[in-house]
Write a protein that binds this ligand. Sequence first.
Ligand code: NI
Length: 180
Amino acid sequence: MSILKIARMGNPVLQGVAGVVEDPAAPEIKRLIADMIETMIDVGGAGLAAPQVHVPLRLVIFYVPPARNQGDGVPLTVLINPEIEPLDDGVQTAYEGCLSLPGLTGAVPRFTKLRYRGLGRDGKAIDRVAEGFHARVVQHEFDHLDGLLYPMRMPDLGSFGFVEEIRRAMNDSDAFDEGE
Ligand code: NI
């Protein structure tokens, strides 16, 4: 296993539409998943999409610590060729960060409840309903597969800035997602 280099905003690999994973059981996909997990743990992130490690394929990983989701955590999840579907019109705005925009944060509206489907690490189907932070992480990672970074989802760039500055101004360290 190895720790992978993370692409930052401006790198073309983050701007395209990623391709479908044709063979989820292929050895190179298994190796990619193992390396992405190691990389995400190393940087202390909550999520990582394959294009962020210079692989333009539809594969994401994420983890929801219980403390971030009203005690309702989600174990490390691998999602291959995901699809998402909002379940109602509810939208919530909260600050997000991204490993491809280190040190920055901004307030992003996201659907509060959605259903997502895809294949897991073992090749079995995953079909879940997500709310709150869990739903936010899934939307953020899914966007990476279509070349979208969170500032492109911000209706008001006035909330975009450096974490250190905004945290100081708000005096609220809990307002931010760590990593992604
Ligand atoms: Ni991101």
